[in-house]
Design a protein around this ligand. Structure first.
Ligand SMILES: N[C@@H](CCC(=O)N[C@@H](CS)C(=O)NCC(=O)O)C(=O)O
Length: 285
C-alpha cells in the first residue's frame, strides 16, 4: 500500500478532509478504473477533478498532495493514498461488501495488478500517439519545469525514483514524439497480454472465473483505450472483444468510459494525423 507520510505532503489542507475523497481526471485511464470500482462497490465519495490537459497536476498545489503528480489520489479521513491499484486494494479491505477481489486470492490479484501497472507507460505511448495525438510536445517546458521543481520529491519519506521516470518520459516525448518504433513495441506488448487473456476468456466469462473482479475492471479500461486508438480487438482477440462489449454495456462502466475528452475539432485532427499510420499499420497487425 502506498500511503504517504507526513513529510511527503505539503498541501496540508487535505489532512483535514473527512470521508472518501478522490482527486482524478475524467479521461484518465487510472481514474476511470478507480471510478468504475467505486461505482460497483457503491462507495460514496467526493470528487476533486484535476485538469490534466491544463497541467494542473504539475502545479505546486497538486504536487503537494501527490509528489508523483499523478492521478488518481485517494484521501480517506485525512490519509493520502496514491497508486490506483494500491488504492483499490486498500478500499477493498475497508469496504469488504460486494467483493471485487475474491477471498483467498489477494496476493495473486496484487501481483496481477502489479503486472498490469507495468504496462501503463505503453498505454500512455499508444494513447498519445493514436488517441490524443497532440500537435506539439505533450507537456510544455514551463509545466515540466514546475513539475521538476515542486512537491516533496519523496514517497514514504524516500527519494522517489518514479518521479524521475515520469520526467524522462515527458522529456523524451518532447524530443522525439511517439515514434513508430516505440508505438510498435508497446502495441506488441499488449498483443502478447491480450493473447493470454483471450485464452482465459475462451473458457470463462470473467478473467478470474465466474465472477467479475478488479482484473476485469483494470483490463477493460486498457482495452477500451486501445480500441479508441484503433486496436483491432474483434479480429485479433474475439473473446476479449465480446467480454469488453459486455462490460462496456454495464452502467457502472458506461458512465465512466463513455466520456472522451476530444472536441469534434480534436477528433478531426487525430484522424488527419493517422492517415496511413493507423495503429494497425504501424504495429503490423
Ligand atoms: N501507476 C500509477 C499511474 C498513474 C498515472 O500515470 N496517471 C496518469 C493518468 S492515467 C497521470 O496522472 N498522468 C499525468 C499526466 O498526464 O501529466 C497509478 O496506477 O496510479
Amino acid at each position: 500500500m502506498v500511503q504517504l507520510v507526513d513529510s511527503d505532503i505539503k498541501t496540508r489542507e487535505v489532512l483535514g478532509w473527512k470521508g472518501v475523497h478522490v482527486l482524478h481526471f475524467m479521461g484518465s485511464s487510472c481514474s476511470q478504473k478507480l471510478r468504475v470500482f467505486l461505482n460497483l462497490k457503491g462507495i460514496e465519495w467526493q470528487s476533486h477533478p484535476v485538469d490534466l490537459p491544463h497541467y494542473e497536476n504539475m502545479q505546486p498545489w497538486f504536487l503537494g498532495i501527490n509528489p508523483r503528480g499523478l492521478v488518481p489520489v485517494l484521501v480517506h479521513d485525512g490519509a493520502v493514498h496514491i497508486e490506483s491499484n494500491d488504492i483499490i486494494q486498500y478500499l477493498e479491505q475497508k469496504f469488504p461488501t460486494q467483493r471485487l477481489i475474491p477471498a483467498g486470492h489477494e496476493n495473486e490479484v496484487a501481483s496481477l495488478l502489479h503486472h498490469e501497472d507495468d504496462l501503463h507507460l505503453d498505454l500512455r505511448t499508444l494513447s498519445f500517439r493514436f488517441v490524443f495525438a497532440p500537435p506539439g510536445p505533450p507537456k510544455p517546458a514551463a509545466a515540466l519545469e514546475s513539475y521538476i521543481a515542486n512537491g516533496a520529491g519523496t514517497v514514504q519519506g524516500a527519494v522517489d525514483r518514479e518521479k524521475q521516470v515520469q520526467i524522462e518520459f515527458w522529456q523524451r516525448a518532447a524530443k522525439e514524439g511517439f515514434t513508430d518504433e516505440r508505438a510498435r513495441t508497446s502495441a506488441l506488448r499488449f498483443r502478447a497480454e491480450f493473447d493470454a487473456l483471450e485464452k482465459r476468456l475462451a473458457k470463462q466469462p470473467y478473467l478470474m472465473g465466474d465472477e467479475l473482479s478488479v482484473l476485469d475492471i483494470a483490463w477493460l479500461i486498457y482495452a477500451h483505450r486501445l480500441s479508441l486508438g484503433g486496436y483491432p480487438f474483434a479480429r485479433l482477440h474475439p473473446h476479449v472483444h465480446t467480454w469488453a462489449e459486455r462490460l462496456r454495456a454495464m452502467p457502472e462502466f458506461a458512465k465512466e468510459i463513455g466520456q472522451l475528452r476530444h472536441s469534434p475539432q480534436q477528433l478531426e485532427a487525430v484522424q488527419r494525423a493517422q492517415v496511413g499510420k493507423t495503429l494497425e499499420a504501424v504495429a503490423g497487425f
